[in-house]
Design a binder for this molecule. Structure first.
Ligand SMILES: [Zn+2]
Ligand SMILES: [Zn+2]
Length: 368
C-alpha cells in the first residue's frame, strides 16, 4: 500500500515527506494506522548522525494508532484496537526478560540497529524500488506502519497524542522515578532538564510524594511549566548559576536524595553525583554523545555511599506500565495534557524538530 512518511536520506539534511510502499504484515506483525507521534531528541540523534542508523530511514519512535490489519499468528490484537507502540521489543525468554527487565532485552538489538523488522527484512520501499530502513521496527513518522505485535500495547480510551507520549518520553521519565529510583515520600528530588522527559520525572516524583522537587535548566522560560507539573523550586543556570550550590542552599547543606539527568550533556554527570547527599541516588536518563566519558570523585561514592545508576525507557515493563500511566492520566494523577505544547501535521515535521531544538517547553506531537 502507498503511505506517506518522513524520510531521512542524508544526515544533517531536512527530512523529506515521501510516498513509500508499505508491504503487508508478516507473521507476528501488525499494520497500524498512525494517529499521533511525538517528537523526541532520540530522533534528532539520528538526524545528526550521533545514532548510527543506516539511511534512508523513516524516523519516529513515539507513536500510537489503530490496528488496521494483523499478520499470521497474531491473536491478541484485532482491527480497531487502540495501541501505543514500544521502541524496545522484548523476547520474553532471555535472561533479562526472565529476571524482570524486558527493557534490557537484547535479542532483537541486531535487527533494530540494522534498521529492519525483527526477521531481518524490510517492509518499506521507495518509488525507485529501493528498501527504506525502519527505526526501532516501528517508524512512527508515517501515516501507516507495520510493527511487531510485541511492540503494541493495547490502550484504554484516551487521546492518541497522550498514548503516543506514553510510548517514549512519559514512560522514560515517570518510570525512572517509580521503577528505578523508587522515590520515597517526603524526599528531595533534583531533575536536570525541564523538557518532556524531565517534566515526566517531575510527575513521577509527584506521584511518589516527594517533598521538594527542584528543576534545573539553562532556560529560565521553562520555570512556569515546571511549577505547573509540581516543581517546588527552579534553578536557571543560563546566567552561570552553579546548580550544585543552589541545591545545597535549598536543602540546608544536605544535598538531594535523588538526582536525575534528563539532558545527557557531558559534564552534568559529575554535577549529578555532587548534587545528591549521603546515601543519595543519581540516575542517568539522557544519552550523552557516543564515546563521551566523565570524572567522579570515588570518595563521594565510598565515604557517602552514593549510588550512581542509569535507566533506559523508564526501566519499564511496557505492557504493564503503559496501561498504568494511561489509568493515572484518566484519574487526573498524571497531567499529560499539559505536556503537549505543539501540534503539527506530517508536512511540518522539520519545523517540529526545530522548535524542539530551540528549547520549546513540553513536547511537540505530529497528528495524522
Ligand atoms: Zn524517545
Ligand atoms: Zn528477552
Amino acid at each position: 500500500m502507498d503511505i506517506r512518511a518522513a524520510v531521512l536520506r542524508e544526515t544533517n539534511q531536512p527530512l523529506l515527506v515521501e510516498t513509500l510502499d508499505l508491504g503487508p504484515p508478516k507473521a507476528g506483525e501488525v499494520l497500524v494506522e498512525m494517529r499521533a507521534s511525538g517528537v523526541c531528541h532520540s530522533d534528532w540523534h539520528v538526524v545528526t548522525g550521533d545514532s548510527e542508523v543506516d539511511l534512508p530511514v523513516v524516523l519516529g519512535h513515539e507513536g500510537s494508532g489503530i490496528v488496521a490489519g494483523v499478520g499470521p499468528g497474531v491473536d491478541d490484537l484485532k482491527v480497531g484496537d487502540h495501541v501505543a507502540l514500544s521502541w524496545i521489543p522484548f523476547c520474553g525468554a532471555c535472561r533479562a526478560c526472565h529476571h524482570g527487565h524486558p527493557n534490557l532485552c537484547q535479542v532483537y538489538l541486531p535487527a533494530l540497529w540494522a534498521g529492519t523488522m525483527l526477521d531481518g527484512t524490510h517492509r518499506l520501499t521507495d518509488t525507485a524500488g529501493a528498501p527504506v530502513h525502519h527505526l526501532s521496527a516501528i517508524s512512527t513518522w508515517a501515516t501507516h506502519s507495520v510493527v511487531p505485535a510485541v511492540s503494541c500495547v493495547k490502550m484504554p480510551d484516551i487521546p492518541f497524542e497522550i498514548s503516543a507520549l506514553i510510548g517514549c518520553g512519559v514512560t522514560t521519565g515517570v518510570g525512572a522515578a517509580l521503577n528505578k529510583a523508587k522515590v520515597h515520600p517526603g524526599s528531595t528530588v533534583v531533575v536536570y532538564g525541564g523538557g518532556g522527559v524531565g517534566l515526566s520525572i517531575v510527575m513521577g516524583a509527584m506521584l511518589s510524594g516527594a517533598g521538594k522537587i527542584i528543576v534545573v535548566d539553562l532556560n529560565a522560560d521553562k520555570e512556569a511549566l515546571a511549577h505547573s507539573f509540581g516543581a517546588t523550586h527552579f534553578v536557571a543556570t543560563g546566567d552561570g548559576t552553579d546548580p550544585v550550590e543552589a541545591v545545597r542552599e535549598i536543602t540546608g547543606g544536605v544535598g538531594a536524595d535523588y538526582a536525575f539527568d534528563a539532558v545527557g550533556h557531558t559534564g552534568i554527570e559529575s554535577q549529578l553525583i555532587a548534587t545528591i547527599g549521603q546515601f543519595g541516588t543519581a540516575v542517568m536518563v539522557g544519552f550523552p554523545k557516543a564515546g563521551a566519558t566523565f570524572d567522579i570523585d570515588p570518595a563521594h561514592v565510598i565515604r557517602d555511599e552514593k549510588v550512581l545508576t542509569g535507566s533506559i525507557f523508564g526501566s519499564a515493563h511496557t505492557h504493564r506500565d503503559f496501561v498504568h500511566y494511561a489509568e493515572l492520566y484518566v484519574s487526573g494523577r498524571l497531567p499529560l495534557d499539559q505536556l503537549v505544547t505543539g501540534r503539527y501535521g506530517l508536512d511540518d515535521v522539520n519545523q517540529a524538530c526545530h522548535n524542539m531544538l530551540d528549547g520549546a517547553a513540553g513536547r511537540g506531537v505530529i497528528l495524522f
